[in-house]
Design a protein around this ligand. Structure first.
Ligand code: NAP
Length: 474
C-alpha cells in the first residue's frame, strides 16, 4: 500500500537535467497528480533551460521566450532547482535511490554522430554541435576557436542545425549584435572572412530534414545570395510520387522554396550560400588541416520498407574548403548506473519506463526518461510536451500499482544536507534569477538584450558578489 503522497509524506521526484523535456515532465507531474509531490531538478551547469539556452540560435529570440513558461512551472510546481550539481560525480545513482521515489532522466543528447570518413579529425573539421554551443556561450565550449579566416566552409547535413550554422556564419554582424550571441563569438564573426558556405545534403531536395521557415529565412539574408542548381530540383520519379501522395507538406513546401531559389539570378552579394543535394562526403583532404572535401554524387533508391535512401554513383568532385561543420545529428551519452543502448544512443525504455539492456529488457523500477535521451535527437521544443506526458502517464500507472523506489531518507532537507556535507556550491533558482538579471544588465550597457556569462567560475563569483552570504542555498 502506498504510504506517501500526503502532505506529511510527499512523493519525492528527482529530475536530472533542466532542458525543455525536464520542465514539461515537472509540469505534467504536478498538474496530474492528486497526491502531494515534491520535485527537485538537478542541472550540471549553474544555468537552467538546456538547449533553449545552449542550442537555440541567438537570432531566434521568439523560440527562446519559452523559458517564461518554464519559470512559471518552477513557481507553480513549487519545485527546487539545484544547478552546478553534476549527476555521476557530485550526486550518484545511489544518492538518488536513497532520497527519491521517482527518478526522471532528462539529460538530452550531449554528443554528436560521426561520419566515419578519412580526415574527419583533421584540424578545421568540427561538429556543428560544438560550434552551436560555442556561439551560445556554453561553458564547456567557450574556450574553443574556429578559423573564420577561411573563405570557404562546408556544412554537412541538411537539418535545422545545419540551417542555424549556415545562417550564423553568413549573418550581418550588426544583426547578430542585437542578439544574445556570446560576446567572443560576435567579435570573431565580425571579422570573419567566410565568403562561401556549401550546405551538403546526401539525399534529394524532397528528403531535406529542415523545416520550411528555416530554409525560407536563409533566402532572406541581406549579405548572402542563396544558390540552388536547377538540376538539383528536378525530382526523380520516386520523390515525385512521394510528394504527390500529399503525405509530407513540409517536403512539398521545401521543394517549392528550393525551386524558387534555383530560378533566382545572383544579385552579386559579397557572400554565397550553395545548397547542394545528392552528394555525400567521402574524405576530408589536407595535411595539417582541412584543405578540401571530396564528395561522391548519389542517387536515390527505395528500400524494402518504402524509404528513399542514397547510394553512391562513382562520380566524384572535390571542393576546396578550409573549415567543415559536421551537422549530422546529436547523440546521447551513457550515464553511470543507468542502462544505455549503444547503437541507438538512448536509454532503452518502454513509454518512458527505463528497461535493462540485458535479460530481455526488464523494467528498472522507479526510473524514467523523457526527451532526446528517451527517443533520440528529433523534433522541436514542443515535441517534448506530449513526449513528457507519455512518460508521466507511465509513472501514474506505476504509482497506482505501488511500483516506485522506497528511499530510506525521503525528507526534503536531507538532500540539501547531503550537498552541503559535500561542500558543493549549488545554485538555486533564486540564484539563477540574479544571474539572469546580471546578464541583462550587462547587455543593456552595450545595447544588447543580454551578455551571457560563459564560465562557471564567473557565474559563481558573480553570485558571491551579489549576495556575500552565498553561494550555498538561498
Ligand atoms: P536532423 O534533423 O536529424 O538532420 C540531420 C541531417 O544530417 C539530415 O539531413 C541527415 O540526412 C544528415 N545526415 C545524417 N547522417 C549523415 C551522413 N553520414 N552523411 C551525410 N549526411 C548525414 O538533425 P539536426 O539538424 O541535428 O536537428 C536535431 C533536431 O533539432 C531536429 O528535430 C531539428 O528539427 C531540431 N532543431 C530545430 C530547430 C528549429 O526549430 N529552428 C533548430 C535546430 C534544431 P538524412 O535525412 O539522409 O539522414
Amino acid at each position: 500500500m502506498t504510504t506517501f503522497g500526503t502532505e506529511a509524506h510527499p512523493l519525492r521526484v528527482a529530475i536530472i537535467g533542466s532542458g525543455p523535456s525536464g520542465f514539461y515532465a515537472a509540469e505534467n507531474l504536478y498538474k496530474q497528480l492528486d497526491v502531494a509531490v515534491e520535485i527537485d531538478m538537478f542541472e550540471r551547469l549553474p544555468t537552467p533551460y538546456g538547449l533553449v539556452r545552449g542550442g537555440v540560435a541567438p537570432d531566434h529570440p521568439k523560440i527562446k521566450s519559452v523559458t517564461r513558461v518554464y519559470d512559471r512551472i518552477v513557481r507553480q510546481a513549487n519545485m527546487r532547482f539545484f544547478g552546478n550539481v553534476e549527476y555521476g560525480t557530485d550526486l550518484t545513482h545511489d544518492d538518488l535511490v536513497r532520497h527519491y521515489h521517482i527518478i526522471i532522466y532528462a539529460v538530452g543528447a550531449q554528443s554528436d554522430r560521426k561520419l566515419g570518413i578519412p580526415g574527419e579529425d583533421l584540424p578545421g573539421s568540427h561538429s556543428a554541435t560544438e560550434f552551436v554551443a560555442w556561439y551560445n556561450a556554453h561553458p564547456d565550449y567557450s574556450h574553443l576557436t574556429f578559423d573564420l579566416s577561411q573563405e570557404s566552409v562546408a556544412v554537412i547535413g541538411v537539418g535545422n542545425v545545419a540551417m542555424d550554422v549556415a545562417r550564423v556564419l553568413l549573418r550581418d554582424p550588426s544583426v547578430l549584435h542585437q542578439t544574445d550571441i556570446a560576446d567572443y563569438a560576435l567579435e570573431a564573426l565580425a571579422t570573419s572572412r567566410v565568403k562561401r558556405v556549401y550546405v551538403l545534403g546526401r539525399r534529394g531536395v524532397a528528403q531535406a530534414a529542415f523545416t520550411n521557415a528555416e530554409i525560407t529565412e536563409l533566402g532572406e539574408l541581406c549579405q548572402a545570395d542563396i544558390i540552388v542548381s536547377p538540376e538539383d530540383v528536378v525530382l526523380d520519379p520516386l520523390s515525385k510520387a512521394y510528394l504527390e501522395s500529399g503525405a509530407d507538406k513540409t517536403a512539398a513546401q521545401n521543394v517549392q522554396t528550393l525551386t524558387a531559389y534555383s530560378l533566382r539570378q545572383g544579385t552579386g552579394k559579397e557572400r554565397q550560400l550553395f545548397m547542394r543535394f545528392l552528394v555525400s562526403p567521402v574524405e576530408l583532404i589536407g595535411t595539417d588541416r582541412v584543405e578540401a572535401i571530396r564528395l561522391v554524387k548519389n542517387q536515390l533508391y527505395e528500400t524494402y520498407d518504402g524509404a528513399l535512401r542514397a547510394r553512391a554513383t562513382g562520380q566524384y568532385e572535390t571542393i576546396p574548403v578550409g573549415l567543415v561543420f559536421r551537422s549530422v545529428g546529436y547523440r546521447g551519452v551513457p550515464l553511470p548506473g543507468v542502462p544505455f543502448h549503444e547503437k541507438w544512443g538512448i536509454i532503452p525504455n518502454d513509454e518512458g519506463r527505463i528497461l535493462t539492456v540485458q535479460d530481455g529488457g526488464q523494467q528498472v523500477v522507479g526510473e524514467y526518461v523523457v526527451g532526446w535521451i528517451k527517443r533520440g535527437p528529433s523534433g522541436v521544443i514542443g515535441t517534448n510536451k506530449p513526449d513528457a506526458a507519455k512518460t508521466v502517464a507511465s509513472i501514474l500507472d506505476d504509482l497506482a500499482n505501488d511500483r516506485t523506489l522506497n528511499p530510506p531518507e525521503p525528507e526534503r532537507s536531507a538532500v540539501e544536507a547531503l550537498l552541503e556535507r559535500r561542500r558543493l556550491k549549488y545554485v538555486t533558482f533564486g540564484d539563477w534569477q540574479k544571474l539572469d538579471q546580471l546578464e541583462r544588465d550587462l547587455g543593456a550597457q552595450v545595447g544588447r538584450p543580454r551578455v551571457k556569462l560563459s564560465q562557471v567560475e564567473d557565474m559563481l563569483d558573480a553570485l558571491e558578489e551579489l549576495s556575500p552570504a552565498m553561494p550555498v542555498g538561498d
